[in-house]
Design a protein around this ligand. Sequence first.
Ligand code: PRT
Length: 87
Amino acid sequence: MKTFDALYAELTDRARTRPEGSGTVQALDAGVHAQGKKLLEEAGEVWLAAEHEDDDSLALEISQLLYRAQVIMIGRGVTLEQVYRYL
Ligand SMILES: N=c1c2ncn([C@@H]3O[C@H](COP(=O)(O)OP(=O)(O)OP(=O)(O)O)[C@@H](O)[C@H]3O)c2ncn1[C@@H]1O[C@H](COP(=O)(O)O)[C@@H](O)[C@H]1O
């Protein structure tokens, strides 16, 4: 099972190697404004799923929110350690 740290390592590698067809590379190239819109969109979907959908649908939306947060982290060069010290 993939963890938050493993996803971060995977996305960091995508940013470095820029493989063809990577949605992450596309999202990084789209810039912080587009990344922020996606993050807010996913946050809204998490809220709606929490109100109206089953646990599995909610878990899916949360995974997408975590992904979008990581895209913003990697786009800005913010590390896991920088975030974890506030947890
Ligand atoms: N965990 C994710 C992940 N979560 C969400 N998403 C993206 O977010 C989309 C879902 O968001 P939406 O609900 O907004 O759906 P949508 O509007 O149809 O999406 P788009 O049109 O914006 O692509 C998915 O189709 C993916 O594009 C993700 N894309 C990639 N990953 C993981 O990131 C890794 C690298 O992915 P690539 O860079 O694509 O190789 C892989 O392990 C993937 O599993």
